[in-house]
Design a protein around this ligand. Structure first.
Ligand code: GBH
Length: 450
């Protein structure tokens, strides 16, 4: 496992703070947080972990942790305050310093261009992801980043979890822009895919070297019974989840079952768009957290809707085994689901390298003592990385890296600061960083693998 990347991951809006500094414009999340009832406790990312000022401390902690890679995201409104026009020098300067410091410490930067913080102006004045023009806007933003950082950054991710932006932002409406629709998720998703493809083309034309991919999220779906109907339901569920945003970048079009079931609400790619999309990833990213059973008919005990609101199109019912341990989200802890999902991905997309771009555990941490003694997260990390190791060693899945979500407790979107996933506790009083037990557990996992 010599060249394996062991890292941690974060996202700009969740950690940076400094939202009004360095000429940064507002994002859709800055605005969403100010709408009563949207985010728990009306929390926001105004301060976050203050990484806009404390990034040197973050890098020091990573060095101590022993990671050789760091996945972070660039805030689009720091680079282009309104989402269009000239690059903002202060924004570029911030990431320049972060990237240089990482490299000085032997940590490979793995950069995400879009982790949900759309410049507010693009939403308010131009309809965000529903407007085809955004494909051009995103490509220009991406090009600015490739030109500014491409000499040092060799690993790029265009989108983090387009599924969440499509489904949660435009289907169930619990994320910005808070729209509720049974067709808009498909058009928003369509434009993200095209934006990805155009950005990837620009990246490759720039020929500064390096690789580009996408970080798609997928929870595993195990057939509830052995019946052909339940097996098909599980397969359909994975195609609507991972396949929606991966089939197009690998094969050039959506999964057939989506075309059949969604019909005219699923936009079509032109022949030239298909050609542009096909093969537009050098690797596949996977953000994975949990597992549910899938069935074709309603099970006795149906569980939470893990499909972001719109089950009608897939006709899949989800349920959990009451014996499964749950974390504080509450999401089921099922390491074997991770191994099976890696195998599913390897079988459907042969020849592709996979990076686990996120995996982590939410723990109940009512006070500092509980946080520092996060035994459940230690176990989670050992069991999930062991499942991944089995997928690599015994099943031959080509996994090239693993990024633990997340380096430190941060702004957990609609949950505010109440749900914690960090290896490091960030004191609510003075933002001091203190390693949890899981920090040392993860350090051991990394050490033992080398
Ligand atoms: C990631 O998304 C984000 O990229 C990251 O910013 C965030 O901090 C992190 O997760 C932790 O939340 O209720 O059992 O049906 C996670 C995507 C999609 C994973 C929905 C869990 C539902 C599980 N999530 N899924 S369930």
């Amino acid at each position: 496992m010599k060249h394996f990347l062991w890292g941690t991951a974060t996202a700009a809006y969740q950690i940076e703070g400094g939202v009004s500094e360095g000429g940064r414009g507002w994002s859709v999340w800055d605005a969403f947080c100010r709408i009563p009832g949207r985010v728990k406790g009306m929390a926001d990312g105004d301060v976050g972990c203050d990484s806009f000022h404390r990034f040197a401390e973050d890098v020091k902690m990573m060095k101590l942790l022993g990671v050789n890679a760091y996945r972070f995201s660039i805030s689009w409104p720091r680079i282009q305050p309104t989402g269009r026009g000239e690059a903002n020098p202060a924004g570029i300067a911030y990431y320049d310093r972060l990237i240089d410091l990482l490299l000085e410490n032997g940590i490979t930067p793995f950069v995400t261009l879009y982790h949900w913080d759309l410049p507010l102006d693009l939403q308010m004045a131009h309809d965000g992801w529903l407007n085809p023009e955004i494909v051009r806007d995103f490509s220009r933003y991406a090009k600015i980043c490739f030109d500014a950082f491409g000499d040092r950054v060799k690993h790029w991710i265009t989108f983090n979890e387009p599924w969440c932006v499509a489904r949660l932002g435009h289907g169930s409406g619990c994320f910005p822009p808070g729209r509720v629709s049974d067709s808009e998720p498909y058009s928003a998703g369509h434009h993200m895919l095209l934006a990805h493809a155009h950005a990837a083309r620009l990246f490759r034309e720039g020929s500064g070297g390096g690789v580009i991919g996408i970080a798609n999220n997928c929870d595993f779906r195990e057939p509830l019974t052995d019946s052909p109907e339940d097996r098909e339901a599980a397969q359909r569920s994975l195609e609507f989840f991972y396949g929606w945003f991966t089939d197009p970048v690998v094969f050039g079009d959506y999964p057939r079952c989506m075309r059949e079931r969604v019909g005219s609400r699923l936009p079509e790619f032109t022949t030239s768009e298909q050609a542009l999309l096909k093969g537009s990833c050098d690797f596949l990213g996977l953000n994975h957290y949990t597992t549910l059973y899938a069935s074709a008919t309603p099970p006795a005990e149906q569980s939470a809707d893990g499909n972001g609101g719109m089950n009608a199109d897939q006709e899949v019912y989800l349920s959990a085994d009451p014996a499964w341990e749950q974390n504080d989200m509450p999401w089921n802890i099922v390491p074997w689901g991770f191994r099976k999902l890696l195998n599913w991905i390897a079988a459907r997309y042969p020849g592709y390298a996979v990076y686990v771009t996120e995996n982590g555990c939410t723990c109940a941490e009512p006070d500092a003592a509980a946080a520092l003694n996060d035994e459940q997260r230690c176990r989670f990390l050992r069991d999930y990385t062991a499942a991944m190791q089995t997928a690599i060693d015994e099943d031959g899945v080509d996994v090239r890296g693993y990024f633990c979500w997340t380096l430190m407790d941060n702004f957990e979107w609609v949950h505010g600061y109440g749900k914690r996933l960090g290896l490091i506790r960030v004191s609510p009083d003075n933002l001091e960083r203190v390693p949890k037990a899981s920090f040392y557990a993860y350090r051991e996992i990394i050490r033992n693998s080398r």
